[in-house]
Design a protein around this ligand. Structure first.
Ligand SMILES: O=P(O)(O)OC[C@H]1O[C@H](OP(=O)(O)OP(=O)(O)O)[C@H](O)[C@@H]1O
Ligand SMILES: Nc1nc2[nH]cnc2c(=O)[nH]1
Length: 184
């Protein structure tokens, strides 16, 4: 992406959620997760790639024994619309008999989290809890819902706090909706 394009996308984007609001949402998520998991010795699975930002911000807020690992299923692959799920890393036997916490940045159509949670059950997890920073306010065909949700946003294409546009803007400070004219 050229520096001009980068600047233009950011200038045209609308800030929907400030850093302060995201931090407050993370505090609330951590409180709920602490109640649910403080004595469960969970393995946290960050859903790569965007989920590492939410996981990284959440972990220091969780004052109990846990281990960190990752899982990688992707369906957007540098585009703004979802396709078929592609597996890049599935942890397999290490999750057998364990309490799993799956952490992702966004629940949009819901296919990614549904697939990841189902895979954890198939691979023998004792229990699976899920947490997402953002849920879009939209209709969806999947019936699964995350256990813990930080924020609810309008159904627009979002960037920031792990959410990318063509691989960029995961580091944007705040959650922004890109302009309709930038959606491809
Ligand atoms: O609810 P869904 O419609 O399935 O979309 C949610 C998924 O989309 C994004 O992942 P993406 O496939 O873009 O990979 P990324 O994390 O590398 O950006 C996001 O991080 C979620 O995992
Ligand atoms: N960056 C980004 N990734 C997504 N994956 C699913 N929905 C979104 C979205 O709104 N923004």
């Amino acid at each position: 992406m050229t520096p001009e394009t980068y600047r233009g996308v950011l200038e045209r984007a609308e800030c929907l959620i400030s850093c302060e609001q995201v931090e407050a949402a993370l505090d609330r998520m951590a409180e709920q997760l602490t109640v649910q998991l403080h004595d469960k010795d969970p393995i946290v699975l960050a859903v790569m790639t965007g989920g590492i930002v939410t996981a990284g911000l959440l972990l220091p807020r969780l004052p109990f024994a846990l281990r960190l690992n990752y899982i990688h299923a992707t369906r957007y692959r540098d585009t703004t619309s979802g396709g078929t799920i592609e597996w890049r890393h599935r942890p397999g036997t290490i999750i057998q008999g364990e309490n799993i916490l799956v952490v992702d940045d966004i629940f949009d159509e819901g296919d990614t989290l549904t697939t990841v949670v189902n895979a954890c059950h198939e691979d023998g997890a004792a229990a699976v809890t899920s947490a997402v920073l953002v849920e879009k306010n939209r209709s969806r065909t999947c019936t699964y819902r995350p256990d813990v949700i930080g924020l609810v946003t309008p159904n627009r294409y979002l960037i920031g706090y792990g959410l990318d546009y063509h691989g960029y803007f995961r580091n944007a400070a705040g959650i922004y909706a890109i302009a309709d004219t930038d959606i491809d």
